[in-house]
Write a protein that binds this ligand. Structure first.
Ligand code: FAD
Length: 391
């Protein structure tokens, strides 16, 4: 097989990149190790920042988002006895949208179908070759067991944290940074209307809790738990009673309404950056190059921002033989990556309890400052609601 851009991974980064390239007449093939059903129902992120929404709108992918998504002006930050609203629209002139990654992935899949795009699911043994030459290629075994070689002008690794693309960059040509946090998130989905109009981020001596949502009928919650916590020790009753305590059920008349839990998972928390995001004819985008803890709601948005930069760079490279944007891609993308890495680390360390009483006092002081100083609130708002594409 031959194409112009071989894309490894059909997550949000890979599918959106393929869509953006097609808009400028650049052909791509996307290969994916999982089934389409699995990819489209994988419960992950759910908050879109303003620049993500603007990009999806601009490329004809905003219709369902505006029909069933929910626009939020800001978030609540709280600690025992106090809840404060930060209004991002007033503070930073931008809002965020609640729209699940499952929906984003479905929209992208449908758009690729409508364009007659080749998406190859359930491949195995993916390997990336000869990226330091002008003739890179990808090999894999398709769902029928056939060995396939896919030749391309460019290979893009959108294969998440554990895909093979990043390791095609030799160790001596890359540098990595990693921070593992001493806690995990227990995440649940519940068939119950949210007990809040906007997300609640709660600091509590027993650990962080987050009340998020996916729709008017589906709520999403997270609890800080021990790293690698055993999900079997978290019964539904235990989860709801812990959420009630940490989110302040009864505080100023606020009530948490429980409901049937439909999904439960434990998510480790880590920060990771690998640079450069380009090596020869191989480019990396999204989780393939960087991971953030989800406290700042940045993972999906960063993946979108990467491909928002990469698509025009590849179009210029392949159509005009102009390599300037492609040469600048890694440095430009990494500026935003590091900004979001810092913001995600900052939100995480401000809100998760470590068990150290000194840390707790610093966290409470920081929270009070963010909620009472306009400068503090604006800093959080500007980062959370999202910096412009190309920042
Ligand atoms: C378990 C989990 C929960 C998360 N929860 C949240 C959350 O609550 N909030 C939040 O903001 N962010 C969350 N995130 C982060 C967010 O979902 C990611 O940042 C986002 O999915 C990044 O998109 P991506 O396309 O770069 O990578 P991915 O979505 O990971 O897509 C990569 C794709 O590559 C495929 N792939 C892997 N290996 C191969 C191979 N060898 N060959 C072909 N294809 C391959 C994978 O199957 C996958 O479909 C979560 C991430 C994970 C892993």
């Amino acid at each position: 097989m031959r194409t112009e851009v071989a894309i490894v991974g059909a997550g949000p980064a890979g599918l959106l990149l393929s869509h953006l390239l097609a808009q400028d007449g650049v052909e791509s093939v996307v290969i994916e190790t999982r089934s389409r059903e699995y990819v489209e129902s994988r419960i992950r992120a759910g908050i879109l920042e303003s620049s993500t929404v603007e990009l999806l709108d601009a490329v004809g992918l905003g219709e369902r988002l505006h029909a069933i998504g929910d626009q939020h002006r800001g978030i609540y930050l709280q600690w025992p006895g106090e809840r404060h609203h930060l209004d991002f629209v007033d503070l930073a002139g931008r809002s965020v949208w609640v729209y699940g990654q499952t929906e984003v992935t479905r929209d992208l899949g449908r758009a690729r179908d409508a364009a007659g795009q080749e998406l190859i699911y359930e491949v195995t043994e993916t390997a990336v070759h000869d990226v330091e030459t002008a003739h890179p290629y990808v090999t894999f075994v398709d769902a029928d067991g056939n060995d396939v070689r896919l030749d391309a002008d460019v290979v893009v690794g959108c294969d998440g944290s554990f895909g093979p693309s990043r390791s095609a960059i030799p160790d001596q040509a890359k540098q990595t940074w990693e921070r593992t946090y001493p806690y995990s998130w227990l995440g649940i989905l519940a068939d119950v209307a949210p007990s809040t109009d906007e997300l609640i981020y709660a600091w509590h001596p027993d650990g962080f809790a987050l009340h998020s949502m996916r729709s008017a009928a589906v709520s999403r919650f997270y609890l800080q738990v021990e790293p690698g916590a055993d999900i079997n020790t978290w019964s539904d009753d235990r989860i709801w009673s812990e959420l009630a305590v940490r989110l302040g059920h009864g505080q100023d008349g606020w009530e948490l309404t429980p409901g049937p839990i439909t999904d439960k998972s434990v998510l480790p928390m880590r920060s990771f950056v690998s640079q450069p995001m380009r090596h020869g004819r191989l480019f990396l985008a999204g989780d393939a190059a960087h991971i953030v803890p989800p406290t700042g709601a940045k993972g999906l948005n960063l993946a979108v921002a990467d491909v928002g930069l990469l698509a025009p760079a590849l179009v210029a490279l392949l159509r005009k033989r102009d390599s300037s944007l492609a040469d600048a891609y890694s440095d430009t993308a990494l500026r935003r990556v590091w900004r979001c890495t810092h913001f995600s680390w900052w939100m995480t360390t401000m809100l998760h309890t470590s068990g150290d009483p000194f840390d707790a006092q610093l966290q409470l002081s920081q929270l009070r400052w963010v909620c009472t100083s306009e400068a503090g609130a604006r800093g959080l708002a500007e980062n959370y609601a999202g910096l412009p594409i190309g920042f």
